[in-house]
Design a protein around this ligand. Structure first.
Ligand SMILES: [Zn+2]
Length: 128
């Protein structure tokens, strides 16, 4: 028996039919496996984070809060939550610029030190 191919997205067949068979997003880079439904609240939060990154960049606040090295490209800047998962998680005081990779390495760890990060990155600190 021929295996049925998996649907391209989480959009139901019925919903897709409603849309006239057209995906409600661009498939220019190939079909996406999952449609990321972004709520209005999430969109607002993402916009606020981006605004904060733009502000940091403009102010020259480009030092990664995790590894302490400079962030060289705006696209590599993320909003790190100093205390992940805290109640005031999204408060500007809890956010700091960080490299994509450093933020990824930190994940949701609460006490992830600069030394931990440099070790995970395989960077040896030069001590004079
Ligand atoms: Zn970093």
């Amino acid at each position: 028996m021929k295996r049925q191919s998996k649907p391209l997205s989480r959009i139901s067949e019925r919903k897709l039919a409603e849309l006239g068979g057209k995906m409600p997003f661009s498939t220019i880079n190939g079909p996406k496996k999952f449609v990321r439904r972004v709520s209005a609240k999430q969109r607002k939060r993402m916009a606020a984070r981006k605004k904060l990154r733009e502000q940091w960049w403009a102010e020259g606040k480009r030092t990664c809060g995790i590894c302490g090295r400079e962030i060289l490209e705006f696209e590599d800047m993320t909003n790190d939550h100093k205390l992940p998962g805290s109640a005031k998680s999204e408060a500007p005081e809890n956010l700091q610029p960080a490299h994509h990779l450093c933020n990824l390495l930190k994940g949701s760890k609460r006490n992830y030190s600069r030394a931990d990060c440099l070790r995970d990155l395989g960077i040896q600190e030069i001590t004079a």
